[in-house]
Design a protein around this ligand. Structure first.
Ligand code: FE
Ligand code: FE
Ligand code: FE
Length: 171
């Protein structure tokens, strides 16, 4: 479908995000399983629950518009997740199958932050569209999600700076 106006583009961008969140819900449990730092694991598990809520918020927006959230694939998120999976596979070769390491954790944070930044950018765009279109309740829902993505991003930065990266220096 070629978007003809801002509302069409809004739907297009929301479907991309719906696909992205669906892919993340699938990937986060695997990332949590690979994290050896307990706080990192917990951060991934917590964000998995938030991500399910975020998908629920998008569902609310789509049901108000009475249209399907499906029909699009976020190729960028597929690519980011593929990179994360590749990294996990490579790390297994480097460090052995059952040697959890701070380097692996640092790499997981690097991949996860790419995901959060994509989301912060994309949700920022749709929140701005919602504002222009006068969709106040959508704007509120999307802003709640942006706050969670930003909080997750800064939590990952803190974990990296205070624990994981220093531990990886001499891992
Ligand atoms: Fe999300
Ligand atoms: Fe996308
Ligand atoms: Fe997120």
């Amino acid at each position: 479908m070629t978007p003809k106006n801002l509302e069409d583009l809004y739907v297009h961008q929301l479907r991309d995000l719906y696909s992205a969140e669906t892919l993340i819900i699938d990937a986060l449990p695997r990332m949590a399983k690979k994290a050896s730092n307990p706080q990192l694991r917990k951060a991934f598990e917590m964000h998995l629950e938030e991500t399910k809520q975020q998908k629920e918020r998008l569902d609310q927006i789509f049901s108000r518009m009475d249209i399907s959230p499906k029909g699009q694939t976020c190729k960028a998120m597929k690519g980011l997740i593929a990179e994360a999976e590749d990294f996990i596979d490579e790390a297994k070769k480097l460090f052995g199958s059952d040697s959890p390491s701070a380097v692996l954790d640092a790499g997981l944070i690097a991949e996860a932050q790419r995901v959060e930044h994509y989301e912060i950018s994309a949700y920022g765009t749709v929140a701005t569209y919602a504002e222009t279109l006068g969709l106040h309740s959508d704007h509120q829902l999307l802003s709640a999600t942006i706050a969670e993505e930003k909080k997750t991003d800064s939590m990952l930065s803190d974990l990296a700076k205070t624990m994981v990266n220093p531990a990886a220096v001499t891992a």
